[in-house]
Each structure stands twice: as structure tokens, then as C-alpha cells.
Write a protein that binds this ligand. Sequence first.
Ligand code: MTE
Length: 374
Amino acid sequence: MTIGAVPLLLSRALPVPQSGTIEIPGEDGMIVRSFRFLDLETPVEYLNTWLTPVPHFFVRNHMHEPSQLDPDGWRVTVGGEVAKPISLTLSELAKLESHSIVNTLECAGNGRALHHPQVPGIQWGKGAVSTARFSGPRLGDVLERAGIKPTGKHVMFRGLDEIPGKVPPFIRSIPIEKALDADTLIATHMNGAPLAKHHGFPARALVPGWIGAASCKWLTEIKVLESEFAGNFMSPGYRFPNQPAQPGDTVKPEDTHPLTALNVKSVISGPLDGASLKAGKIAVHGAAWAGEASIVKVEVSTDGGASWNPVSLGREQAHYAWCLWTYDWRAKGGDYTILSRATDSQGRTQPAIAAWNPSGYLYNAVDQVKIHVA
Ligand code: MTE
């Protein structure tokens, strides 16, 4: 079987490890990938609403969440390469003009468990991705108040995470152009309600279309820098090889670049892998997203990649948000491998096999489920 010119190894199953269920209050049905630092994956069958309800929105924490957060005492400081360092309370932020962006947030490590050979790190299956409407003032408006000096080229965020032992703090930076983009926010709300604690209450950065790590939670400090922040989560963390890497390669830091925007990608949210269904009309459905680009088409194959069919894209669409899609299939009895493949406005199409890299970032191979039709 082939996808385009690339042979598709259908014998290669896509095992998505499911962990046991630990009940996390308010996080109904989520897959717990780590309990010490809370990492919750959205089950793939929940990726079927344009806006993900907050209790079903994946959670990724590198360390402990802040144990005490007093919204009345909270401030975010803005300093570094600025004319006038400032600090703002939550009510001062609330007085600034608010903007809303529907954004698909995806962890750079989403799909890591699907890379072959395996790479170390949280073994995310398909659901370290969710979509919400984020609202709050523009980061650019806040930076403008402080007055960026001409030397200011990058903007660093620090959160209020509680740092265990000698672990380096979760501090990252983004280039000034993205910080000043009108769609980059200091988000205080998610789906119309104040941010939930797991998602960064009382305020987080929202860097739309970029890997989730760019969107710092529990924001406490914004600092304008002359150059990219030098710290563990900028290097060696969250970097990608400049040249294709082969499994087992060690890639030197100078041969890598920081991850920014997300890849083109689709997932099948139903039918589920391993499902046994009745012959007749079967709706194959899922979601597709492309970071800063837009989805132009999604195709489904019900014959393991020999032929492809266009799907219908959902009416709810926004620049950085996933599109939901559906393919109405008339199925006869048999065993099937169903594939989905997205193409975006930058001409990128999901590959048959994702680019392997030592940290397992940006997995975006054509998605597949195997089902039985009786
Ligand atoms: N911000 C802080 N302060 N600490 C973190 O551990 N994790 C980042 C980002 N922001 C993180 C953070 C990562 S890796 C991701 S993918 C997103 O938050 C996840 O956001 P969510 O938990 O709201 O889904």
C-alpha cells in the first residue's frame, strides 16, 4: 500500500498506551500520563467538539502547580529592555481592551508514543491537543505601556510553578515579532470563564499557532531581552534538528533550532481503533489543524492508502483553530485500515511516517485506525 510515493507499513500498528484511571476532581475521563506533575491527556474520542470543554482540555505541567494563588495579591511585572518597568494587577489587566482567539493548543510532544523507535519523555498518545477560546489583553498593548527599547528582541515569560529541588525553572522566550503580533495575548479567560488553575489561573501567555510550551501559565514575570533566553527549556529543550535525523543519532545543539509553529496534522476521533461496527453508513470523523497555517483539505482512505476521498470540513473555523471534519462512508463487511491526511495553506501534507527526532517532537504522520465491519 502507498500514500503518495511513500510506502505505508500497514503492519506497523499504532499502539497508544492507555494508563490506568486515577480520579482527578473535575477531570472526568482524562488519561493520566503523570501524576507527580499533572499531565492529563484528552481521550481521542473527546476531540470531537470545536471548543474543548475545560474539564476535557489536556494538561501539561513540567513541575508542581502553584499551591497558593491569591488573585487579589497577584501582579505581573514587565521589565528588562523597556523604558519604564511596570507591574499590573488582575483588575488593571481587566481594564485593557480584551481580545478573543480560538486556538488549538498542542504540546510539542503530542504523539511521542507513536514514534519508532521509542524516544524518552512523557508517552503522549494522540490527545495532548485541545481547542479553546482564549481572551484577555494583547501582550503588545502591555509591552507598549512599558515602552520597548530598540535593543528588545525577545520576550521572556516566567510562571509561578513550584520548582522541585534543583530542577531548572520553566522559563522560555519568544521573538519580539510574535510577542507584538495582534493575536498574542495575556489570556485571563478560557471558553468565557476565568482560567482554571490547571490552565494557568490567573493569567497565561497565549502564543497562537505555536507549540504549547510557548504559552506560559501562571504568568508572574514578562521580561524583554536582547537575545533569546538561555535556559534548559529553550536549549536543549524544545529544539528540532536542522537536518533529518535517523533513529539513534545524537544531534549537536548547534545543529538544531527552537520549535515555533505547529505542523499540519489530523486525527480520527471516531470510529475508535479496534471498533467492531455494523455494515452500512459509518461516519468517519476527526479534527485537523496546522498551527499558523490553515487547513485546505482533509482526505480519508478506507483501503489503507490506495485511494483517498475528500471529507466535509465543519463550518466552525478560525485562523489558529482546528477544523472538525466528517466522511460519510458506506461500509461493507471486512477488516479495514482507515487513514486521514491533512494538507494546509503552506502546501504541507501529513507524511506517511513522521520525521524522527531525539525528543520525539511534532509527530504528525497520517493518522490510522483499524476497525472490523461485521
Ligand atoms: N507554563 C508553565 N508555567 N509551566 C509549565 O509546565 N507547560 C507548557 C505550557 N505552559 C507549562 C507552561 C506546556 S509544555 C504546554 S504543552 C502547555 O502549557 C499546556 O497548557 P495546558 O496545560 O493549559 O493544556
